[in-house]
Design a protein around this ligand. Structure first.
Ligand code: GLU
Length: 200
């Protein structure tokens, strides 16, 4: 299975995200990753194959990536082998959209073909990267809000999934969406930590 966490508040996000992911470790996973952003600064992304311990070591317990807003993920590979390249978060080439995803996008090949025709490049084997680039495509096409871009994408995506998304133009904001029950246990799988429920 898999897990998603998010944090936005007055503390450093990295250690809190790692702590959140450790609470979901029992679900099983093959890789993990974090994206953390410090206000208007460029988002920092760190991913690791294997145990959370490796991700924690790579980020010095989450402290080497600074910022108060971020998302984290433990992956159970469905599309593409367990690897650092396939680990989440995934991002558009200009890092306009950064996201983590649980579940499966059934029509990812058809959507990927369309996005390749539109000029998008893909670096992983995942269905997740397709969702990220579809959201980026609609965000830029309609010059609308994150919610519009996610809504347009959800109309096109078939499957059961949960997403946590960050947008370059919207620092200190995390957008989440869910359709169906991507991991069978939606309450645990899609736990989004925020300052109000921290430690709950
Ligand atoms: N289908 C996605 C992948 O293979 C997400 C898997 C998951 O739910 O962890 O990366």
């Amino acid at each position: 299975m898999c897990g998603i966490v998010g944090f936005n508040g007055s503390h450093q996000a990295g250690p809190i995200l790692l702590d959140g992911l450790s609470k979901l470790e029992y679900r099983g996973y093959d890789s993990a990753g974090l994206a953390v952003r410090d206000g208007e600064c460029e988002v920092e992304i760190v991913r690791a194959k294997g145990q959370l311990k490796t991700l924690s070591e790579k980020t010095n317990g989450g402290t080497s990536i600074t910022g108060n807003c971020g998302i984290g993920h433990t992956r159970w590979a469905t599309h593409g082998e367990p690897s650092e390249t396939n680990a989440h978060p995934h991002f558009s080439d200009d890092r306009n959209v950064v996201a983590v995803h649980n579940g499966i996008i059934e029509n990812y090949q058809e959507l990927k073909d369309k996005l390749v025709r539109k000029g998008y490049n893909f670096h992983s084997e995942t269905d997740t990267e397709v969702a990220v680039k579809l959201i980026d495509y609609y965000y830029k096409k309609y010059e609308h809000t994150p919610v519009d871009a996610i809504n347009h994408s959800m109309v096109r995506i078939r499957g059961s999934y949960a997403l946590a998304v960050m947008f370059r133009d919207y620092p200190d904001e995390i957008y989440v969406a869910r359709k169906g029950q991507p991991c069978g246990d939606s309450a645990a799988a899609h736990r989004v930590l925020c300052e109000r429920c921290e430690g709950a």
